[in-house]
Design a protein around this ligand. Structure first.
Ligand SMILES: Cc1cc2nc3c(=O)[nH]c(=O)nc-3n(C[C@H](O)[C@H](O)[C@H](O)COP(=O)(O)OP(=O)(O)OC[C@H]3O[C@@H](n4cnc5c(N)ncnc54)[C@H](O)[C@@H]3O)c2cc1C
Length: 349
């Protein structure tokens, strides 16, 4: 079966064209509505990577990327809320702990939507969230700086570092409770609609049965490190959406280069050794961002003064492109990106 013919790709297109794209500028200003989340839950897309035996589709990586491009190009805020679900699904699929039987089915079938709070692990040796052993479970302390989907998702996969330097991930109900207090939703340059908050954790007790992963920090970090090096599908989805706002004679050369960078980036993403070709991956990621910026700039230029209106598509896509620059950014990708930005001007100066 070709990627385009996969039923989940067709489902993503229906959702994008029928619901997400027409509402995207309003959603950008007012927030992702519960009705969008219900539609995502019904679509089957939440189970795109989940095992078939639990009600998911176990679709190939190319289908996962294609559906992400389609959703992100239609409404980045809705895409971002629902994409958080993928890490919890993959974490559950990879564990034998009891929480798998409790949650993998409901997550795979889209009955429950999960968020994640783990990016702060990457700031180690700074430890924003600490976990201590307690009777029948664990206690969480600290601050999660970013948590998306508050009020929209049902559960959250929360991570911290234990006293023995382990990364510990556990599922928690995504609601205010003793030991867990959200901030007000953040007002951001983009993605305010994603209901992103910070979480204050003050002695949040989590039972042992809720633990999904507990492993030495160094082992978790070694597996995580390669992931943020790859250019993500949302970059290509938003760039393509921006180019649709530009006359074809100007869009065509940009689209051709974007297609080439996309092909190379996805080829590397599919490479069986994720730790290899780090430099090439980071270089493609930086070029994809440059193309995204060029595409959204072209869309703003093409739109003229009207492009500054908050209900104009071009300015929304340009702001969403800004957000993608820092989403999932690590110390390594930050340095590599800054180095590239400086290098282009060193060589042309
Ligand atoms: C709108 C929004 C929503 C998000 N939602 C979620 C979510 O739901 N769940 C989740 O887990 N994460 C979420 N994130 C976090 C996101 O994925 C990234 O991890 C985060 O943006 C990384 O940047 P930071 O600056 O916050 O982290 P930081 O820890 O401050 O920095 C990121 C990396 O850069 C390095 N660094 C920072 N400053 C410097 C410097 N001056 N010099 C050298 N190195 C430096 C740090 O060591 C670190 O590795 C969200 C982010 C945003 C913006």
């Amino acid at each position: 079966m070709t990627i385009a013919a996969h039923p989940l790709v067709a489902r993503a297109r229906e959702l994008a064209d029928g619901l997400l794209s027409p509402a995207a500028e309003r959603v950008d200003q007012e927030g992702v509505p519960a009705s969008h989340i219900e539609a995502v839950k019904r679509s089957g897309l939440l189970g795109v990577s989940a095992p078939v035996s639990y009600g998911g589709s176990a679709a190939p990586a190319a289908v996962v990327r294609e559906t992400a491009e389609i959703l992100a190009g239609a409404c980045c805020s809705t895409w971002f809320v629902q994409t958080q679900h993928q890490t919890p699904v993959l974490t559950l699929a990879g564990t034998d702990l009891p929480v798998r039987e409790r949650l993998l089915g409901p997550l795979a079938r889209g009955e429950l939507l999960s968020g994640v709070a783990y990016a702060h692990l990457r700031s180690y040796p700074r430890i924003p969230v600490r976990v201590r052993r307690a009777a029948d479970g664990w206690r969480f302390f600290g601050t999660v700086p970013w948590y998306t989907g508050w009020g929209l998702n049902d559960v959250l996969l929360l991570a911290g570092v234990t006293e023995d330097d382990e990364a510990l991930f556990a599922f928690v109900e995504a609601r205010e409770q003793p030991g867990l207090r959200p901030s007000e939703p953040m007002r951001l340059a983009a993605l305010s609609a994603s209901r992103t908050v910070s979480l204050d954790l003050d002695d949040l007790w989590v039972p042992e049965e809720a633990v999904a992963l507990r492993t030495p920090y160094a082992r978790w970090a070694a597996a995580d490190r390669p992931k943020p090096r790859n250019a993500g599908p949302a970059v290509f989805g938003i760039a393509a959406a921006a180019l649709r706002l530009v006359e074809e004679e100007y869009a065509a050369p940009l689209r051709a280069r974007l297609g080439e960078v996309r092909r190379q980036a996805y080829e590397l993403a599919d490479h069986p050794a994720p730790g290899e070709y780090a430099e090439e991956r980071l270089a493609l990621r930086a070029e994809a961002f440059t193309l995204l910026r060029t595409a959204t700039t072209a869309a703003v230029v093409a739109g003229g003064g009207r492009a500054m209106s908050l209900d104009h598509r071009a300015q929304r896509l340009a702001r969403e492109g800004l957000f993608l620059l820092v989403q999932g950014q690590t110390s390594e990708s930050r340095t590599a990106h800054l180095e590239r930005l400086a290098q282009w001007h060193r060589s042309s100066g």
